[in-house]
Design a binder for this molecule. Structure first.
Ligand SMILES: N[C@@H](CCC(=O)N[C@@H](CS)C(=O)NCC(=O)O)C(=O)O
Length: 274
């Protein structure tokens, strides 16, 4: 699917020099996976591979499947410290880092989303509190941790590229593009990834397949949020009506005591005349 984690699988297949055929799925206008993907796997997400009828979903599981299929290529020897690192980063990418990056995007959107004026301060306060208390400090810690873990290494498990690096490509690209003060090793890692011929072949495939529309983590995140944006735009008109309705309500409510006051003043005047 365009602008998706399937880039990981393509890169992996190119590194392993395995033959493959890409089946193209286009995101819907709302940025979601098309229903046709549901015919392949009940969750209908990308990436998903079909290896002679064996369906494998979840990018990490797909990469491990491909490692097994090639007798352990792109994985350190089992039982070694490098293999423990390998397993860690393979899980960490989707288990810890991606949810944090997604939360950051979601709460960033909440702050700028159109909504009735009386809800805005509450929504901004909630989003700001979650960002300030949870997302930002955690992300800062994670980015520093990733940077420190890469010190003195070319790849996550040492000098050799492994499937764990392939799995980390998506969040690493997002951090390099969106976290301005990220440690320099992160940018260096991303540059090393982009310099690999297999990565370039995978990227070229995607770019050609999807008519040169942006690929990569940052564009994928934008696509994912196209869904939220679209929903938000649809809501914007409704919110505007609600704003007018509420304003009219206030006017009507304040008119009642005003009318009563005027009436009371008038009758008091009459009494005074008698
Ligand atoms: N943890 C899963 C995430 C799969 C996923 O959410 N894929 C996105 C594309 S990057 C998708 O299919 N989005 C469309 C949708 O949710 O409808 C993996 O690593 O494979």
């Amino acid at each position: 699917m365009n602008n998706s984690r399937s880039q990981r699988v393509l890169w992996m297949l190119e590194e392993l020099e395995l033959p493959y055929e890409i089946v193209k799925y286009e995101r819907t206008a709302a940025g979601l996976a098309p229903d046709s993907l549901l015919k392949i796997h009940p969750l209908g997400k990308s990436p998903v591979v079909d290896d002679d009828g064996v369906i494998v979903a979840e990018s990490g599981a797909i990469l491990e499947y491909l490692v097994d299929k090639t007798g352990g290529k792109l994985a350190p020897a089992p039982g070694t410290p490098a293999h423990r690192d390998y397993r860690y980063w393979l899980h960490y990418a989707e288990g810890s880092l991606m949810p944090l990056l997604l939360l950051r995007l979601i709460f960033g959107k909440v702050k700028t989303a159109p909504m009735p004026f009386f809800v805005k301060p509450i929504a901004r306060k909630i989003a700001g509190t979650v960002e300030g208390n949870f997302v930002d400090p955690n992300l800062k810690r994670h980015v520093a941790f990733v940077g420190a873990s890469l010190q003195g290494k070319t790849w996550f498990c040492g000098d050799q590229l492994t499937a764990a690096d392939v799995q980390m490509c998506f969040p690493m690209e997002a951090i390099a593009a969106r976290v301005p003060d990220a440690p320099a090793v992160i940018g260096k890692w991303v540059a090393a990834m982009k310099a690999r011929p297999a990565y370039q072949r995978a990227l070229a495939q995607q770019t050609q397949l999807f008519e040169n529309r942006g690929v990569g983590a940052v564009e994928a995140a934008k696509q994912a949020f196209a869904t939220i944006n679209q929903t938000v735009q649809q809501q914007a008109e409704l919110w505007a009506y609600i704003d007018v309705f509420v304003a009219l309500g206030f006017v009507a409510l304040s008119a009642v005591p005003l009318a009563l006051l005027m009436r009371a003043t008038k009758s008091a005047g009459k009494v005074g005349a008698v």
